[in-house]
Design a protein around this ligand. Structure first.
Ligand code: FES
Ligand code: FES
Length: 221
């Protein structure tokens, strides 16, 4: 019989050779021990429908909140569906409109684009945490004063975003339209429009939104 490792060995001969070696092994007393042939007890089958869950601790608008969530839950759904904070809006659910903007440790993010479990221990501020109808945040008051909304759907995201934007300017973070990186960023309509370009307003209240932001920035200057 040709050697089994011969690369030119026909498949049929290879199978015959392999069978012969196996039989010889058994005849030689090299058969596998009996206990090795007993199948190990099967693990209980995992239900493919059962979601993986995780425990999560957040601080939301200054309050400690503990949740147990499907790990696929977005931060936006955690806020809206689980904590019933419906101020943050779901517009596109694809990171394109900014209606879901919230502050995470002071930075603005699209809550629809991030998983809640990624924010263990984080401090989240939603529009409900910025102010209340009785005690409005200065940016909320300015939006009311300048009519910075029409239907209001984008407004929570616009307000959260503009509050964070003023902090970015204060920290000296430049934008795409900042002309001179060697001097402090100067707020103007062009900077505001560029920095707020992730927040879409379908009602077109842009000029009033810019006025509101300018007023708050002027008060803080
Ligand atoms: Fe998040 Fe549109 S809903 S960006
Ligand atoms: Fe209606 Fe902005 S106020 S979408």
């Amino acid at each position: 019989m040709p050697p089994l490792h011969d690369p030119h060995l026909p498949r049929r001969d290879l199978l015959i050779g392999t069978a012969a070696v196996s039989v010889a092994g058994i005849a030689d007393g090299h058969a596998a021990p009996a206990q090795a042939q007993v199948a190990a007890p099967a693990a209980p089958p995992r239900n493919p429908e059962a979601p993986a869950t995780a425990r999560l601790s957040l601080t939301v608008n200054g309050q400690a909140r503990n949740l147990e969530l499907d790990t696929r839950t977005t931060l936006l759904d955690a806020l809206r569906e689980h904590l019933h904070l419906t101020g943050s809006k779901k517009g596109c659910d694809h990171g394109q409109c900014g209606a879901c903007t919230v502050l995470v440790d002071g930075r603005r993010i699209n809550a629809c684009l991030t998983l809640a479990v990624m924010h263990e221990g984080d401090s989240i501020t939603t529009i409900e945490g910025l102010g209340s109808p009785e005690r409005m945040h200065p940016m909320q008051s300015a939006f009311v004063k300048h009519d910075g909304y029409q239907c209001g759907y984008c407004t929570p995201g616009q307000i959260c975003s503009s509050v964070a934007m003023l902090e970015e300017i204060k920290a000296g973070i430049p934008s795409h339209v900042t002309g001179d990186l060697a001097v402090p960023v100067k707020l103007g309509n062009e900077e505001i429009r560029e920095r707020m370009s992730g927040n879409i307003c379908r009602c077109g209240a842009y000029s009033n939104i810019v006025e509101a932001i300018n007023e708050v920035a002027g008060e803080r200057a």
